[in-house]
Design a protein around this ligand. Structure first.
Ligand code: ZN
Length: 291
Protein backbone atom coordinates (compact mmCIF):
# COMPACT_ATOMS: atom_id res chain seq x y z
CA UNK A 1 0.00 0.00 0.00
CA UNK A 2 2.76 2.40 0.94
CA UNK A 3 4.67 1.44 -2.18
CA UNK A 4 1.67 2.15 -4.35
CA UNK A 5 1.12 5.47 -2.67
CA UNK A 6 4.76 6.37 -3.10
CA UNK A 7 4.68 5.39 -6.77
CA UNK A 8 1.54 7.36 -7.49
CA UNK A 9 2.48 10.53 -5.70
CA UNK A 10 6.19 10.86 -6.31
CA UNK A 11 6.86 8.45 -9.16
CA UNK A 12 9.26 5.52 -9.21
CA UNK A 13 12.47 7.57 -9.04
CA UNK A 14 11.68 9.46 -5.86
CA UNK A 15 10.32 6.29 -4.28
CA UNK A 16 13.68 4.53 -4.82
CA UNK A 17 15.55 7.57 -3.69
CA UNK A 18 13.74 7.68 -0.37
CA UNK A 19 14.56 4.05 0.32
CA UNK A 20 18.21 4.29 -0.67
CA UNK A 21 18.93 7.13 1.74
CA UNK A 22 18.20 4.84 4.69
CA UNK A 23 21.29 2.55 4.68
CA UNK A 24 23.70 5.45 5.21
CA UNK A 25 22.61 5.54 8.82
CA UNK A 26 21.68 1.90 9.09
CA UNK A 27 24.94 0.51 7.71
CA UNK A 28 26.18 -1.89 10.31
CA UNK A 29 29.59 -3.37 10.92
CA UNK A 30 28.08 -6.76 10.16
CA UNK A 31 27.90 -5.69 6.53
CA UNK A 32 31.71 -5.47 6.42
CA UNK A 33 33.47 -8.71 5.60
CA UNK A 34 36.26 -9.60 8.02
CA UNK A 35 38.80 -9.33 5.19
CA UNK A 36 37.60 -5.79 4.49
CA UNK A 37 37.98 -4.88 8.14
CA UNK A 38 41.50 -6.26 8.19
CA UNK A 39 42.82 -4.28 5.24
CA UNK A 40 41.38 -0.86 5.99
CA UNK A 41 44.08 1.50 7.12
CA UNK A 42 42.24 4.79 7.68
CA UNK A 43 41.42 6.00 11.13
CA UNK A 44 37.77 6.46 12.06
CA UNK A 45 36.24 9.19 9.92
CA UNK A 46 34.11 11.49 12.02
CA UNK A 47 31.35 11.71 9.42
CA UNK A 48 30.47 8.02 9.43
CA UNK A 49 27.92 6.67 11.83
CA UNK A 50 26.34 3.34 12.52
CA UNK A 51 23.42 2.49 14.71
CA UNK A 52 23.76 0.38 17.80
CA UNK A 53 21.74 -2.77 18.23
CA UNK A 54 19.32 -2.24 21.07
CA UNK A 55 18.58 -5.95 21.36
CA UNK A 56 22.06 -6.59 22.75
CA UNK A 57 21.18 -4.36 25.69
CA UNK A 58 19.04 -5.03 28.72
CA UNK A 59 15.90 -2.92 29.09
CA UNK A 60 17.36 -0.77 31.87
CA UNK A 61 20.45 0.14 29.86
CA UNK A 62 20.89 3.36 27.98
CA UNK A 63 22.05 3.18 24.39
CA UNK A 64 23.48 5.95 22.27
CA UNK A 65 21.40 6.52 19.13
CA UNK A 66 24.49 6.19 16.98
CA UNK A 67 28.01 4.91 17.35
CA UNK A 68 30.51 7.25 15.76
CA UNK A 69 32.96 6.01 13.16
CA UNK A 70 33.65 2.87 11.15
CA UNK A 71 34.57 0.19 13.62
CA UNK A 72 37.42 -1.50 11.77
CA UNK A 73 40.21 -3.74 13.00
CA UNK A 74 42.96 -1.09 12.97
CA UNK A 75 40.87 0.95 15.37
CA UNK A 76 40.02 -2.05 17.57
CA UNK A 77 43.78 -2.72 17.77
CA UNK A 78 44.63 0.87 18.68
CA UNK A 79 46.36 1.87 15.47
CA UNK A 80 45.04 5.44 15.40
CA UNK A 81 45.55 8.75 17.15
CA UNK A 82 42.65 9.66 19.48
CA UNK A 83 43.79 13.30 19.61
CA UNK A 84 43.12 13.59 15.87
CA UNK A 85 39.93 11.56 15.73
CA UNK A 86 36.51 13.17 15.50
CA UNK A 87 34.86 10.42 17.54
CA UNK A 88 37.03 11.19 20.56
CA UNK A 89 37.03 14.05 23.03
CA UNK A 90 39.42 15.19 25.73
CA UNK A 91 38.29 14.36 29.29
CA UNK A 92 37.68 17.69 31.06
CA UNK A 93 39.48 18.68 34.24
CA UNK A 94 37.61 17.52 37.31
CA UNK A 95 36.67 14.15 35.81
CA UNK A 96 40.24 12.85 35.71
CA UNK A 97 43.37 13.03 37.82
CA UNK A 98 45.40 14.34 34.87
CA UNK A 99 44.94 16.33 31.68
CA UNK A 100 45.12 15.03 28.13
CA UNK A 101 43.07 11.85 28.54
CA UNK A 102 40.69 10.98 25.69
CA UNK A 103 37.48 8.98 25.46
CA UNK A 104 34.93 8.27 22.78
CA UNK A 105 32.26 10.96 22.92
CA UNK A 106 29.51 8.45 23.80
CA UNK A 107 31.56 7.11 26.71
CA UNK A 108 32.39 10.55 28.03
CA UNK A 109 28.76 11.76 27.87
CA UNK A 110 27.58 8.69 29.79
CA UNK A 111 30.41 8.98 32.31
CA UNK A 112 29.54 12.63 33.01
CA UNK A 113 25.98 11.60 33.86
CA UNK A 114 27.19 8.79 36.09
CA UNK A 115 29.73 11.02 37.80
CA UNK A 116 27.02 13.61 38.56
CA UNK A 117 24.72 10.97 40.00
CA UNK A 118 27.53 9.57 42.13
CA UNK A 119 28.42 13.03 43.39
CA UNK A 120 24.85 13.48 44.65
CA UNK A 121 25.37 10.33 46.72
CA UNK A 122 28.70 11.63 48.07
CA UNK A 123 30.80 9.36 45.83
CA UNK A 124 33.74 10.75 43.89
CA UNK A 125 34.45 8.91 40.62
CA UNK A 126 37.78 9.88 39.09
CA UNK A 127 39.19 8.61 35.79
CA UNK A 128 42.85 7.70 36.13
CA UNK A 129 43.31 6.04 32.72
CA UNK A 130 41.27 6.20 29.53
CA UNK A 131 42.17 5.71 25.86
CA UNK A 132 45.62 4.29 25.22
CA UNK A 133 46.49 3.59 21.59
CA UNK A 134 48.86 0.90 20.31
CA UNK A 135 52.00 3.02 20.69
CA UNK A 136 51.12 4.03 24.23
CA UNK A 137 50.35 0.44 25.22
CA UNK A 138 53.57 -0.69 23.56
CA UNK A 139 55.48 1.73 25.80
CA UNK A 140 53.87 0.21 28.91
CA UNK A 141 54.52 -3.33 27.64
CA UNK A 142 58.16 -2.80 26.68
CA UNK A 143 58.99 -1.11 30.00
CA UNK A 144 57.57 -4.11 31.84
CA UNK A 145 59.26 -6.55 29.44
CA UNK A 146 62.68 -4.96 30.00
CA UNK A 147 62.24 -4.66 33.77
CA UNK A 148 62.28 -0.85 33.67
CA UNK A 149 58.81 -0.97 35.23
CA UNK A 150 58.46 -3.65 37.91
CA UNK A 151 55.45 -5.95 38.02
CA UNK A 152 53.27 -6.44 41.10
CA UNK A 153 55.32 -7.75 44.03
CA UNK A 154 58.35 -5.84 42.67
CA UNK A 155 59.02 -8.58 40.13
CA UNK A 156 61.50 -7.82 37.36
CA UNK A 157 60.01 -9.48 34.26
CA UNK A 158 63.32 -9.43 32.39
CA UNK A 159 64.60 -12.08 34.79
CA UNK A 160 61.98 -14.55 33.51
CA UNK A 161 63.99 -16.20 30.73
CA UNK A 162 61.10 -18.16 29.19
CA UNK A 163 59.53 -15.53 26.92
CA UNK A 164 56.07 -17.10 26.91
CA UNK A 165 56.08 -17.24 30.71
CA UNK A 166 57.32 -13.64 30.80
CA UNK A 167 54.45 -12.52 28.59
CA UNK A 168 51.92 -14.35 30.73
CA UNK A 169 53.34 -12.84 33.91
CA UNK A 170 52.97 -9.32 32.48
CA UNK A 171 49.49 -10.22 31.29
CA UNK A 172 48.20 -10.80 34.77
CA UNK A 173 47.29 -7.10 34.67
CA UNK A 174 48.58 -5.62 31.40
CA UNK A 175 47.49 -6.25 27.82
CA UNK A 176 49.70 -6.88 24.83
CA UNK A 177 49.74 -3.87 22.47
CA UNK A 178 46.85 -4.35 20.04
CA UNK A 179 44.87 -6.43 22.53
CA UNK A 180 43.87 -3.80 25.08
CA UNK A 181 40.30 -2.60 25.60
CA UNK A 182 41.86 0.76 26.44
CA UNK A 183 42.39 1.15 22.67
CA UNK A 184 38.64 1.42 22.25
CA UNK A 185 37.81 4.64 24.10
CA UNK A 186 35.05 2.79 25.91
CA UNK A 187 37.07 1.60 28.88
CA UNK A 188 38.28 3.49 31.93
CA UNK A 189 40.23 2.88 35.10
CA UNK A 190 38.73 4.57 38.14
CA UNK A 191 40.22 6.01 41.34
CA UNK A 192 42.97 3.48 42.26
CA UNK A 193 44.80 0.63 40.50
CA UNK A 194 44.57 -1.44 43.64
CA UNK A 195 41.95 -4.10 44.43
CA UNK A 196 42.58 -3.75 48.17
CA UNK A 197 41.63 -0.07 48.08
CA UNK A 198 38.15 -1.02 46.88
CA UNK A 199 37.61 -3.47 49.73
CA UNK A 200 37.26 -1.08 52.68
CA UNK A 201 36.46 2.53 53.60
CA UNK A 202 36.03 5.08 50.81
CA UNK A 203 37.10 2.57 48.17
CA UNK A 204 34.41 0.10 49.17
CA UNK A 205 31.77 2.85 49.00
CA UNK A 206 32.93 3.70 45.48
CA UNK A 207 32.93 0.04 44.46
CA UNK A 208 29.52 -0.70 45.97
CA UNK A 209 27.99 2.39 44.35
CA UNK A 210 29.23 1.61 40.87
CA UNK A 211 28.31 -2.05 41.16
CA UNK A 212 24.75 -1.04 42.06
CA UNK A 213 24.24 2.03 39.87
CA UNK A 214 26.83 1.78 37.06
CA UNK A 215 24.61 -0.35 34.81
CA UNK A 216 22.00 2.42 34.66
CA UNK A 217 24.59 4.48 32.82
CA UNK A 218 25.97 1.57 30.77
CA UNK A 219 29.12 0.88 32.83
CA UNK A 220 30.22 -2.64 33.77
CA UNK A 221 33.26 -4.13 35.48
CA UNK A 222 35.14 -6.09 32.81
CA UNK A 223 37.62 -8.17 34.79
CA UNK A 224 35.50 -9.60 37.56
CA UNK A 225 36.41 -12.46 39.87
CA UNK A 226 37.69 -15.24 37.60
CA UNK A 227 36.30 -17.98 39.81
CA UNK A 228 32.86 -16.42 40.24
CA UNK A 229 32.45 -15.53 36.57
CA UNK A 230 34.27 -18.58 35.19
CA UNK A 231 36.29 -16.41 32.88
CA UNK A 232 39.90 -16.61 31.70
CA UNK A 233 42.70 -14.09 31.19
CA UNK A 234 43.55 -11.08 33.33
CA UNK A 235 43.21 -11.08 37.11
CA UNK A 236 40.32 -9.24 38.73
CA UNK A 237 40.46 -5.44 38.35
CA UNK A 238 37.99 -3.58 40.54
CA UNK A 239 38.95 -0.33 38.84
CA UNK A 240 38.33 -1.15 35.18
CA UNK A 241 34.90 -0.38 33.69
CA UNK A 242 33.55 -0.46 30.17
CA UNK A 243 30.79 1.48 28.47
CA UNK A 244 28.84 -1.50 27.22
CA UNK A 245 26.47 0.17 24.72
CA UNK A 246 29.49 0.69 22.46
CA UNK A 247 32.00 -1.89 23.66
CA UNK A 248 29.62 -4.86 23.32
CA UNK A 249 29.69 -4.13 19.61
CA UNK A 250 33.49 -3.81 19.58
CA UNK A 251 33.82 -7.09 21.47
CA UNK A 252 31.78 -8.80 18.78
CA UNK A 253 33.97 -7.32 16.05
CA UNK A 254 37.08 -8.53 17.89
CA UNK A 255 35.50 -11.97 18.19
CA UNK A 256 34.77 -12.12 14.47
CA UNK A 257 37.79 -10.47 12.92
CA UNK A 258 40.77 -10.47 15.27
CA UNK A 259 43.21 -13.32 15.64
CA UNK A 260 46.55 -13.90 17.36
CA UNK A 261 48.52 -13.44 14.13
CA UNK A 262 47.39 -9.79 14.09
CA UNK A 263 49.44 -9.20 17.25
CA UNK A 264 52.92 -8.12 16.17
CA UNK A 265 55.53 -5.41 16.43
CA UNK A 266 56.48 -5.75 20.10
CA UNK A 267 58.63 -8.01 22.33
CA UNK A 268 57.12 -11.45 22.86
CA UNK A 269 54.44 -11.06 20.17
CA UNK A 270 55.63 -14.33 18.61
CA UNK A 271 54.08 -16.15 21.59
CA UNK A 272 50.61 -14.64 21.16
CA UNK A 273 49.29 -17.63 19.26
CA UNK A 274 50.68 -20.18 21.70
CA UNK A 275 49.11 -18.26 24.60
CA UNK A 276 45.82 -17.83 22.74
CA UNK A 277 45.64 -14.12 23.53
CA UNK A 278 42.44 -13.28 21.67
CA UNK A 279 40.40 -16.18 23.01
CA UNK A 280 41.80 -16.28 26.52
CA UNK A 281 42.36 -12.57 27.23
CA UNK A 282 40.48 -10.32 24.78
CA UNK A 283 37.38 -12.49 25.08
CA UNK A 284 38.02 -13.65 28.65
CA UNK A 285 35.72 -10.99 30.08
CA UNK A 286 32.68 -10.86 32.28
CA UNK A 287 29.69 -12.05 30.24
CA UNK A 288 27.61 -9.13 31.47
CA UNK A 289 29.87 -6.79 29.45
CA UNK A 290 28.75 -8.01 26.08
CA UNK A 291 25.73 -10.32 26.43
ZN1 ZN B 1 42.14 -0.72 32.66
Amino acid sequence: MIWKFCFLIFGLWSCKDSTTTQPVVDSSVETLKSSEIAVKKDTIPSNNVITTEKDTLKSNEVAPKRICGILELDYIMGRFDPTKNGCFEVVPAGLADKTGLYLRKETLAAFKEMQEAAKKDGINLLIISATRNFDYQKGIWERKWSGQTKLEGNINASQISNKKARSEKIMRYSAMPGASRHHWGTDIDLNELNNKWFESGTGKKVYDWIQTRGKEFGFYQVYTSKAADQRTGYEEEKWHYTYKPVSAKLTNIARESMNDEHLSDFSGSEHAKQIGVVQKYVLGISEACWK
